[in-house]
Design a protein around this ligand. Structure first.
Ligand code: MN
Length: 395
């Protein structure tokens, strides 16, 4: 017999589907949150069942279970933990641990891709094109490579996963992988996916107007409340507000928080670790502790949300040699303009007063006022009015 304890996200269920393809009714699969995993592991270890091979994928156990699993293994128990989270690499110190963030070709891994490679290497599953395609979709979604590659099918696989129940998803995918040579969505799935994508887009558009900015430990942070679509939301908010180091997504109902960043120089697995959580460099999570509650919930309650930049401007555009106009809270006006034609020295004028600092490029100047004054790009109308007023005062 086999038992698989895995994560309850797409990458976790990908492992469940592979286990069922490999072992059929010889495997018992359980989908877990990070916290329920440790209870399941304890429960398994209490039975001292040395006949059943225990797999743990896409999650890692707490210290207590880590020690118990090592004892179990040393006394002849069968266990393998397979993960790709950076925060879990120390499990490689155990013979039963296999943690790989990147494979030998330098490609980011996912639990599903690692588990597939493992099952193939142990001759427990036959490599088949449709399965390899499915595994690659899961990997690209989980690592966000889908976005770079514009792999909409990978993104859609995750959207479908959230639309239907876990049992239904597992059953449908199992059948599809068993009976076909290539992966596809059927007509009905394509239709509901389109509707769902429209709905997510509208949701994110609303959320962009609810983000508040705060500062903590030298980082500039965006704070948002959301129960769903954390990946999409983290990514879209990050792109809308690139001056923020990372986004905190609070789920008050589950007392959890997610951290997302679009920046290569910010590692949110380190941020999560300071709150007792973990994850990847670009996406991580932790429980909402008392301390985090004070910083992100109580501390931001009275802050006005950020305003989005005016879209579709023709004249007031970023980096223009004529200058770019912003508005901040309390009717403050900011004007970024270059000192020279070479566009290598940029100045900021705030309510008619030029600031001391000089910036090497437009982006640095913009980041400065976005961070410190929470400004937004003005509409063309105000820009034209501003320039006209400037000319008047110069006369
Ligand atoms: Mn994963």
């Amino acid at each position: 017999m086999y038992k698989l304890l895995t994560h309850n996200d797409l990458d976790g269920i990908g492992c469940g589907i592979l286990a069922k393809l490999a072992f059929g009714d010889q495997v018992d699969v359980r989908y877990n949150s990070i916290s329920s995993l440790n209870r399941e592991v304890e429960f398994f270890l209490e039975k001292r069942d040395k006949e059943t091979f225990l797999f743990i994928t896409d999650l890692s156990v707490n210290e207590e279970n880590e020690i118990k699993l090592e004892e179990f293994y040393k006394s002849g128990g069968k266990v393998k933990l397979i993960d790709h989270h950076k925060s879990a690499v120390s499990f490689n110190n155990y013979e039963w641990g296999h943690v790989e963030v990147e494979n030998k070709q330098g490609k980011l891994t996912s639990a599903t891709s690692l588990y597939y490679d493992y099952l193939i290497s142990q001759q427990l599953i036959d490599e088949k094109e449709v399965i390899s395609e499915f595994v690659e979709l899961v990997r690209q979604y989980d690592t966000w490579e889908w976005e770079k590659n514009n792999n909409i099918v990978a993104k859609r696989l995750n959207t479908l996963f959230f639309l239907v129940s876990m049992d239904h998803f597992e059953e449908t995918m199992l059948l599809r992988l068993k009976e076909n040579d290539h992966f596809f969505f059927n007509e009905f799935e394509n239709k509901i996916l389109e509707m769902e994508e429209d709905s997510i887009e509208r949701y994110i558009r609303r959320k962009k107007r609810q983000l508040v900015q705060t500062e903590s430990n030298g980082h500039f942070i965006g704070v948002i409340y959301a129960e769903l679509y954390h990946s999409e939301l983290g990514n879209e908010l990050g792109k809308e507000y690139p001056h923020l180091d990372y986004i905190v997504i609070l789920n008050i109902g589950s007392k959890r928080m997610g951290f997302r960043t679009i920046h290569d120089d910010v590692d949110v697995s380190e941020i999560a670790a300071t709150y007792g959580g973990g994850g990847h460099a670009k996406a991580s999570g932790a429980s909402l502790s008392e301390e985090a509650y004070k910083t992100f919930v109580a501390g931001t309650f009275h802050i006005e949300p950020l305003r989005i930049d005016a879209k579709r401007n023709k004249y007031n555009v970023k980096g223009s040699s004529f200058g770019t106009l912003y508005q901040g809270q309390n009717n403050q006006v900011f004007f970024i303009y270059p000192l020279d034609d070479g566009l290598t020295n940029w100045k900021i004028k705030n309510n008619g007063h030029t600031k001391e600092e000089t910036f090497e490029n437009f982006e640095e100047a913009e980041k400065y006022i976005k961070r410190h004054y929470q400004v937004w790009l003005e509409k063309d109308e105000q820009f034209v009015q501003y320039l006209m007023d400037e000319i008047k005062t110069q006369k």
